[in-house]
Design a protein around this ligand. Structure first.
Ligand code: SF4
Ligand code: SF4
Ligand code: SF4
Ligand code: SF4
Ligand code: FES
Length: 865
């Protein structure tokens, strides 16, 4: 076979066996694909080859010329002969390992008793306790030790080693760093830079020796760390470990899908013999996240280890499951269907939501179904009008290769983190990232164009861009991409982009530049509705944005994505399943629109709801009867008439649909206890009690079978296959321009404070202090103020002021700087690290739902000093 065709496989002879390699593969990648192990340390399948440690050396022979090469950096060529197991290669590796462990405790690594030896045993080799693998948190999950074992190296190095005596860092949130155990493979630095685009870590020199450390200051809090845990997952030694459960040994693992946001990252969940989830690791096989997680996926799952509710309770008294079902069935019969509301959980599986919809809506006629997630109704409704269905389009990894990204009114770094990661990768490789948002966020730090205007003005800017594109299309149609451009969009003919530019404080040239960027190449649109409160304002903005999406020719492009920044983990699944009072599936608005009502009976699926949506929900608070499905023991003593214990992240399995329309299977990590059931099981049993014969399923797979028959787009999906690989449901896009209301009568008279948050700030404004062993940050707050406010309050740049927000009962002190572009506005930017500390110390262990959103606050007064 020749290699002239770049798609053709290449053949090599590896240790006497012929194997195929994919185009561009290195020797180690081809070997791994065929189950042949070549030892490695600095290489990692999730990183670019680095070629530093030389542990992966092999002998290659090409056209009769032999040489020793690092297999992680050497591409396969056709006909190459590779040998990796002969004695001279083993000797080379042994020499490298000898050198490597001159600074690593290695007494245990060559001891024949290692399998039997416990921390308290007397060591026959006189290795001190602190130098033993048995007292290292990575013992039994250490890649370094595995590498040494699997190569069967006979270590000749003397037991003594040069201990670095570096301090162990246990003072930052969530994870510990012990660089005494570091072998300087630089994987952590590389993943933080290459994949996360954060650069929080770096190589440093200490007494002439390279070691790893924080890139800025000594604490991760001041170094730009987003506590994603990628460096921990990459570390082959005990140098970086999650603090909680770090000594715990894994007994079982499961492939799960994170249910903290709609990205749906695939995670490997490790549990111990006491049925606790002890670690979550980004799964490299996860197609949406490609091995990555975020702070919420990595560290926010300890709530599943809290004491759980395992019995049914009626008015705080334990009753049997069967009694509970009878009670629930008789309660449902008592109320008129119009006075019942069912609140679903954004963490519920498709099977749970589907069966609930079949029972409550189809059989009992209860129309009032809604999710306890942020109300993104306008997003779904606008998407149906503009594209024919309420989901977006495209997939997340292609974001990094799209030519341009337009991000409006969203904060994906914190709310849909992996979306931000890909956008940062795109920005770093020179793609244009346009951000339209008044807040300073991590995304604005990476933007090529940051347009800072009031959220209510964004639709005007977008329409001005559209007008420029339409005008250009009339003169030079070949420059505009959209094939069916309807130039008769009458309202636009009178739209004056110049006038609009003046009105919203953006230069006309800047609007033209934005239009030019957006029609050059493929643009992915990522959009939220943060900061907009009214339905009218949301609709104006969304319709203008989706019209622009069509106008820029991205509708049918495979390289552009349309990503709605919704919040609930399975909110898209709920749309598909028809679990929504105003949508009948993903492509239809419901005929009977329900806005507000006062239910007398509420059934609430609690898991994954922002707690405020239950606690401050008038409909729930005023209902006569409240039934709760939960796993949290704390609700037992609250005001609920009936409580059923249901599964949570650790005990639940089933399917989810993420913001890419990707359907994925999540497995349970541990078995549920007592009367704890999955929601679909309770609904199934309740249907029996209510004598609804058509609902009688024996397994989740059967529920999925029914769902696949009845839900559009699911008919060909194989349930068992989903356990092996995820699948994107491709919906045809039926593009349409949305008629808009162009009026702009919204006038903003309040002084607004826009709060932003970033990973890193000027070091002179940050002081890290150690309080009882944990780091905290003091920040010298800069308060940016627009000219009109400075003038109104007679304040000069550099003055100290106090902002008073009565609604927020908060005072913010800081030094004044000038805020350009925004009028009647103030801006401050907080540090992500402060929020990470707050989350780590939160009383609510399900703190992922408590991440403080970046909204604006009304400032009632400004005091000098
Ligand atoms: S990292 Fe820990 S377990 Fe691994 S070899 Fe070093 S001391 Fe042993
Ligand atoms: S946890 Fe922090 S240091 Fe580690 S990879 Fe993530 S951002 Fe970088
Ligand atoms: S801390 Fe871990 S990942 Fe980073 S260089 Fe050291 S051994 Fe490698
Ligand atoms: S990005 Fe979302 S799904 Fe992924 S780990 Fe973070 S919270 Fe979980
Ligand atoms: S693993 Fe190949 S050089 Fe380090």
């Amino acid at each position: 076979m020749t290699t002239t065709d770049k798609n053709k496989l290449t053949t090599l002879n590896l240790n006497g066996t012929y194997i195929n390699a994919k185009p561009g593969q290195t020797i180690i990648q081809a070997a791994m694909d065929h189950g042949v192990y070549i030892p490695y340390l600095c290489y990692h399948p999730g990183l670019d080859p680095y070629g530093a440690c030389r542990m992966c050396v092999v002998e290659t022979e090409v056209n009769g010329r032999k040489s020793i090469q690092a297999s992680c950096t050497t591409p396969v060529t056709d006909g190459m002969i590779v040998t990796s197991t002969q004695d001279d290669i083993k000797d080379l590796r042994q020499g490298i390992m000898d050198l490597l462990i001159t600074e690593h405790p290695h007494g245990c690594l060559t001891c024949h008793r290692i399998e039997l030896c416990g921390p308290q045993d007397v060591c026959q080799r006189h290795v001190s306790v602190t130098d033993r693998c048995t007292t290292c948190p990575k013992n039994e999950r250490c890649e370094l030790k595995d590498t040494i074992r699997s190569t069967e190296l006979d270590m000749r190095t003397p037991l003594t080693y040069n201990r670095r005596n570096l301090p162990i860092h246990s003072d930052d949130p969530f994870y510990d760093r012990d660089y005494n155990l570091c072998i300087v493979c630089v994987r952590c630095v590389r993943v933080c830079d290459e994949v996360r685009v954060d650069n929080a870590l770096t190589l440093k020199q200490r007494s002439g020796i390279a070691i790893v450390g924080t890139a800025s200051g000594n604490s991760l809090l001041e170094s730009g760390c987003e506590f994603c845990g990628a460096c921990i997952d990459m570390c082959p030694t005990g140098a970086l470990v999650e603090r909680d459960y770090k000594w715990e040994k894994m007994e079982k693992k499961a492939t799960t899908v994170c249910s903290n946001c709609p990205v749906g990252c695939q995670l490997i969940s490790e549990s111990n013999k006491f049925n606790k989830v002890i670690r979550l690791i980004g799964d490299l096989a996860g197609e949406a996240n490609q091995g990555q997680t975020c702070m919420r996926g990595k560290f926010a799952y300890d709530y599943v280890n809290e004491k759980k509710l395992n019995s049914v309770y009626k008015n705080n008294e334990k009753i049997s499951y069967e009694e509970g079902l009878k009670e629930l069935s008789s309660l449902i019969k008592k109320f008129d269907r119009k006075s019942i509301e069912i609140f679903g959980s954004p963490r519920s599986t498709n099977e749970d939501l589907y069966l609930s919809k079949v029972l409550f809506k189809d059989n009992l006629g209860i129309e009032n179904l809604s999710l306890l997630a942020d109300n993104d109704r306008e997003i779904f409704e606008s998407l149906i009008s503009a594209t024919g269905n309420s989901t977006g389009k495209g997939n997340l990894p292609i974001l990094k290769n799209t030519d341009n990204i337009l991000l409006t009114l969203g904060n994906p770094s914190e709310m849909q983190n992996i979306v931000a990661m890909y956008a940062k990768q795109a920005a770093r490789s020179g793609k244009k990232l346009i951000v339209i948002d008044p807040r300073e966020t991590e995304m604005t730090r990476y933007s090529s164009n940051w347009i800072r205007i009031q959220p209510e003005d964004i639709f005007k800017l977008i329409n001005a861009i559209s007008k420029i594109i339409i005008d250009q299309a009339k003169e030079a149609p070949e420059t505009v991409n959209y094939p069916n451009l309807d130039l008769s969009i009458a309202e636009f003919s009178s739209y004056d982009a110049l006038k609009i530019a003046k009105e919203i404080g953006v230069e006309e040239q800047e609007i033209k530049d934005l239009a030019n960027i957006l029609i050059s190449g493929d643009t992915s649109f990522i959009f939220g509705t943060d900061l907009l409160d009214s339905k009218i304002e949301k609709n104006k903005y969304l319709s203008s944005l989706l019209n622009l999406y069509h106008l820029t020719g991205n509708t049918n492009s495979e390289k552009s994505s349309l990503i709605p920044l919704i919040n609930g983990a399975n909110q898209i699944g709920a749309m598909y399943m028809g679990f929504d009072k105003n949508l009948d599936g993903i492509d239809r608005l419901s005929k009977n629109k329900i806005e507000n009502n006062n239910p007398e009976f509420c059934l609430i699926f609690e898991d994954g709801a922002n707690p405020n949506m239950i606690e401050d929900n008038d409909a729930i608070n005023n209902a006569k009867i409240k039934v709760l499905f939960t796993n949290k023991n704390k609700y037992k003593d609250k005001d609920f008439d009936l409580i059923f214990p249901v599964t949570d992240f650790s005990t639940r399995s089933g399917t989810y649909i993420n913001i890419e329309n990707r359907i994925q299977y999540t497995d349970s990590s541990i078995a549920p206890k007592g009367d704890t059931k999955e929601v679909w099981q309770i609904i199934n049993d309740l249907s029996r009690e209510l004598k609804i014969d058509e609902i009688n399923f024996k397994s989740k797979k059967e529920v999925f079978g029914s769902l696949a028959k009845n839900i559009k787009g699911f008919s060909l999906i194989d349930y068992d296959n989903l356990k092996k690989e995820s699948l994107i449901i491709n919906n045809d896009i039926d593009p349409a321009f949305i008629n808009q209301d162009y009026s702009s009568d919204e006038s903003i008279s309040d002084i607004r404070l826009y709060e932003g948050r970033v990973l890193i700030k000027d070091s002179e404004n940050i002081e890290v202090i150690n309080n009882e062993g944990m780091n905290e940050v003091n920040i010298n707050t800069k308060i940016e103020m627009s000219d009109d406010i400075l003038e109104k309050f007679g304040i000069k740049e550099g003055a100290l002021v106090t902002l008073i927000s009565e609604s927020d009962r908060r005072e913010i002190k800081g030094e004044v700087t000038i805020l350009d572009n925004l009028r009647n506005s103030i801006s401050i930017t907080n540090l992500f690290g402060e929020m990470a500390i707050e989350m780590q110390n939160s009383n609510d262990k399900d703190w992922s739902m408590r991440i403080p959103k970046l909204n604006y606050k009304i400032i009632d007064n400004i005091k000098k000093g």
